[in-house]
Design a protein around this ligand. Sequence first.
Ligand code: ATP
Ligand code: MG
Length: 436
Amino acid sequence: MRLSRSLVPTLKETPAEAQIVSHRLMLRAGLVRQTAAGIYAWLPAGLRVLQNVAAIVRAEQDAAGAQELLMPTIQPAELWRESGRYEDYGKEMLRLKDRHERDLVYGPTNEEMITDLFRQSVHSYRALPQILYHIQWKFRDEVRPRFGVMRGREFLMKDAYSFDIDYAGAVVSYRRMMLAYMRTFRRMGLKAIPMRAESGPIGGNMSHEFIILAPTGESAVYYDAAFEEIDYSASGFNIFSDADLEHFFTLMTTHYAATDEKHDAAAWAELTLGRKREGRGIEVGHVFYFGTKYSAAMGFSVAGPDGRPVAPEMGSYGIGVSRLVGALIEAFHDEAGIIWPDAVAPFRTAILNLKPGDAACDRIAEGLYEKLAPSALYDDRDERAGVKFADADLMGHPWQIVVGPRGAAAGRVELKRRASGEREEVGTESALARII
Ligand code: ATP
Ligand code: MG
C-alpha cells in the first residue's frame, strides 16, 4: 500500500475521548473511526489486523476439528421466544420489525439459531459429536460502551457450539476448545489465563474466562504464579486424544485463578504469599458448558443408541475477535506507539522513502516495495523524515526499512526492528533476506 494514496489517517494529537492506551493508539494509528456510540468502521490498516486475528482464530478452530459456517446477523424473534430468552435478554438485545411487522433481533449470540439448524437435520446420535463455529458481527446494546473496540455495541465474535450425546462427550468438547483457545492466544503472542467463571445452575466447573493481564482490564484478577511460569499449551498435547485433554485440563485447573466475580477468599488464603498474583485483566474469551438448556427448551432430541430420544448436551465458546485487537495493543506498545507481534501486524514492513523525487531513493524504495508488497506499506509521502519516523513507530510495523539519500547512493538502507529498536545499515539484498 502506498501511504500517499491510502486512508490511514494518523493523528499527532491524542483524541480527548479515548481513556485507555489501546483506544488512543487505534485512533492515532488510523485503524478505526467511531461512526456511532460503540460502533466502529475498520479502516484499511485496522481491517488487516482484524483479519489476521480472525485467521489465527479460524486456523486453531479448524485444527480442533470445528466446522466453520456463517449464520446471519438478523434472527427471527420466534427462536428466542422458544428458548424463553426473548423476554429474559432485556435491553441489550436490539429488536427490529420488518415491513410485515415481524419481530426480528440483531443477534447478540447464536445458541438458538445453531440449535434450530441442528434440529432440522441431525436425527441420530451417530452424527455426534460435532462442533460448529462462525466469525460474525454481534450487537449488544451495552449500557456503557467504552474503551473503543474493547466494549463496543457492534463487535466481531467467534462463537462455537458443541453437540454431544452425553456428559462425558461434552467434557471432551469443552477441554478441546480450551486447548484450542490457549493455542490461539499463544500464536498471537499473548499469555491467557483461564479463570473460573460464573457457570449458572448446570455449568459445574465448566465455565472459564480467558484473561489477558493488563492494568486497564475491567476485571480484578487473582491467580497462582504457576501460570506465569508454565506455558501449558506449548506441551505436545494431541487435541484429539481424550487422555491428553484430561491431562491438559487438570494442569489448567489445578492452580488458583479467578476474577473478582468468582474470587474465593478462603482458597486464596491457603496460597503461599510468594505465589499470589493480583492484577487486572481483559476477558478475551469464554468457554461454557450448559448441558441440555437449549436442546430441551427447543424440543431438539436425537435417537440415542437404544432408539430412545436424547436431548444433546451443548456448550458454547466465544472469542472477542475485535476486542482482541485492543487487547493486543494493551499488551504490545511503548510511548511511541504500537509494537505489533509479527503474526497480526497489518504490514510486516514499512518502507520509508526519506526523499521522494531523489533518483536513488526512488529506485531503491520502489524496488523494495515491488518485492515486499502486499505485506509492505510504502511511505512515499511528501513529508519530513521526522513525520515518517514517528508514524512508522506509531503504526508499529515489525520492520522498517529507511531509504535515505546518502545510503541510497551507495545502495544501502537502514533496517530497524520496531520491538527492540535495533538498527543496522545493510545492503538491500540482506535487508530483504532478513525480512522475508
Ligand atoms: P463481558 O463480561 O466483557 O461483557 P460477556 O461475558 O458478556 O462479556 P460473552 O457472551 O462471554 O461476553 O462473549 C464472548 C466474548 O466476546 C467475550 O469473552 C469478549 O471477549 C467478547 N465480547 C463480549 N462483549 C463484548 C463487547 N461489548 N465488545 C467487544 N467484545 C465483547
Ligand atoms: Mg463472558
